[in-house]
Design a protein around this ligand. Structure first.
Ligand code: CA
Length: 241
């Protein structure tokens, strides 16, 4: 029997939840409905879904807050989250992505669009293989142990920032356009805006601390990781620590 991906719908408006569920069933998915964050958590404790559709506005704990919580838990960290939002403005979308959502859909949306986006997040789960280690200047990344260090100090990065840094390090000193990065890091960028790259680059720089300046913005072109930069002090070549 074909595996029907399980989709957890966290939506407090029963009419909308039911409509989505019917469409998902027709689209070959197994929908499960939760009316609020508490019910959602109960479902997650029982069976892990393949994708979570998360309404932004929920009674009690908001969808945004639940997304943040799910990203912190080892058990739910890697489940793709699609935010459903009635608000179309950019700050909210960025906040959703910052909270750990993989994508968002603005209501009202068509059934086809919803199904396409669900398929996209499922496809996008592991596009760039992470299986080796790489060193650029004093920045080291070990994909096997998922460790990053700069000047011997370990750094903590989120999963998307890790993939982004890994790609930039493997292809250091080269300029990568936002659309190339979307292709390589996210795997399928049909529905992701290029601005998403900027959000994650900003987070990557923050997480890198002093090494953040190694990630350069190349105006009108994209981003580049370089070892030939000023990290703390002027340094054209790498001097020993
Ligand atoms: Ca709602």
């Amino acid at each position: 029997m074909k595996h029907q991906p399980r989709i957890l719908i966290v939506e407090d408006e029963p009419a909308i939840a039911e409509l989505i569920a019917v469409n998902l069933t027709h689209g070959g998915f197994t929908p499960v409905i939760a009316g609020d964050s508490v019910a959602a958590q109960r479902e997650l404790d029982a069976v892990l879904p393949d994708v979570i559709l998360l309404d932004w506005m929920l009674p009690g704990q908001s969808g945004l807050s639940l997304a943040r919580h799910l990203r912190k838990q080892a058990r739910t960290r890697s489940i793709p989250i699609l935010m459903l939002t009635a608000k179309g403005d950019e700050p909210d979308k960025v906040a959703g992505l910052d909270a750990g959502a993989d994508d968002y859909i603005t209501k009202p949306f068509s059934t086809q669009e919803l199904l396409a986006r669900i398929r996209a997040v499922l496809r996008r789960r592991a596009p760039e293989s992470v299986s080796d280690s790489v060193t650029v200047g004093e920045l080291m990344l070990d994909a096997a142990t998922h460790r990053i260090s700069f000047q011997g100090q370990e750094l903590k990065l989120g999963p998307t920032e890790f993939k982004l840094l890994h790609y930039l390090m493997k292809h250091a000193e080269r300029v990568h356009s936002r659309s190339t990065l979307l292709d390589k890091i996210w795997g399928d960028h049909v529905f992701i805006e290029e601005r998403t790259v900027d959000v994650h680059v900003k987070r990557l720089r923050e997480a890198l601390g002093a090494a953040g300046t190694m990630v350069e913005t190349v105006r009108g072109a994209g981003y580049r990781l370089t070892s030939l930069t000023t990290v703390g002090q002027p340094a054209a070549a790498q001097s020993g620590t």
